[in-house]
Ligand binder design. Structure first.
Ligand SMILES: NC(=O)c1ccc[n+]([C@@H]2O[C@H](COP(=O)([O-])OP(=O)(O)OC[C@H]3O[C@@H](n4cnc5c(N)ncnc54)[C@H](OP(=O)(O)O)[C@@H]3O)[C@@H](O)[C@H]2O)c1
Length: 274
């Protein structure tokens, strides 16, 4: 991943949709140093905290006078078709459109915003809201400068993984887009298993949660060390972890189950995509 600089921020940015993801991105951009005077927010009824934030930081709520350098689509996917006629005049030949809309293809966006100068389709995940996410991104007809601008903006949500093929977005959705929910479910299962072994529910929940937080923090602190090595390092021969892993691996059980879960998510992403 490259390290985007402030110089890569656009001269003007229009955020369309200031809901959960849009507002989180907006705050992230300002934290990274984007000048609020360059930002416009379009949302029919921004939440009071978002409206107050924009007022306090001097962000314009409303469309810019002309086409912005970047137009970020952060509305619900099902509202794109009705919103597009109002947005199309704002997408000019210099405008890079960045979409975080699940399931909306580059072709759909290009058809609805035909004047846009380039389009980037992304799939962020929930931790992007706290800057700890990973975003899969695929570009259509963008210049190297626009790609750097997109990286600088997407960095607000965490890391960025560029894809060569748009079809891979569905697999990204299945792994990292939906992935946080799998980890939350693991926390639930681990806590339930602790209760089954006699722990008070609140204690089991805290142990499970802190274990996943700590394991995640270790993965983050040791990016060069493969997960398989971290696992092997804590698995003493004949010990307790090995006894548990033998169950998790018996007949390839957990790997196969996760494989089926990810395949199901990918199939569903394909069905929901247009
Ligand atoms: N991969 C992930 O983990 C992930 C997570 C979250 C979101 N996403 C993507 O992020 C996008 C936004 O999700 P969200 O959860 O942030 O949704 P949200 O909270 O509903 O935010 C959407 C915002 O857009 C506003 N809006 C509706 N129509 C509009 C229009 N015509 N022009 C401008 N603004 C309009 C909505 O206003 P009203 O509320 O008044 O309708 C709302 O404030 C979705 O497309 C989703 O696919 C991905």
């Amino acid at each position: 991943m490259t390290d985007p600089g402030r110089g890569d921020f656009p001269a003007s940015l229009l955020l369309v949709g200031a809901g959960r993801m849009g507002a989180a991105l907006l705050k992230g951009w300002l934290n990274l140093g984007l000048d609020p005077a360059r930002v416009y927010v379009l949302d029919p009824a921004p939440a009071p905290d978002v409206a107050a934030f924009c007022a306090a930081r001097g962000i314009t709520i409303g469309a810019p006078g002309g086409a912005p350098d970047v137009l970020v689509l952060a509305i619900k996917p099902q509202t794109l078709a009705s919103a597009a006629p109002g947005l199309a005049p704002l997408a000019g030949p210099r405008t890079l459109v960045i979409s975080i809309l699940a399931g909306k293809t580059l072709k759909t966006i290009a058809d609805l915003l035909p004047g846009a100068g380039g389009i980037i389709r992304t799939m962020p995940n929930l931790p992007a809201a706290i800057g700890a996410g990973i975003t899969g991104a695929v570009a259509h007809a963008v210049t190297p400068a626009q790609r750097r601008t997109a990286e600088a903006l997407l960095a607000a949500g965490g890391r960025v993984e560029w894809l060569d093929e748009e079809s891979l977005i569905d697999a990204v959705t299945a792994v990292s887009g939906s992935g946080p929910a799998y980890v939350f479910y693991l926390a639930e299962c681990l806590a339930e298993a602790g209760v089954a072994q006699g722990l008070p529910p609140a204690v089991a929940a805290r142990l499970a949660r802190a274990t996943i937080e700590g394991a995640g923090a270790l993965l983050a602190a040791l990016p060069e060390v493969p997960a398989a090595k971290l696992r092997a390092d804590v698995t003493s021969p004949g010990g307790t972890t090995e006894a548990a892993l033998a169950e998790l691996k018996s007949g390839g059980a957990l790997a196969e189950l996760i494989g089926r879960a990810v395949a199901a998510a990918r199939r569903r992403a394909q069905q929901l995509s247009d």
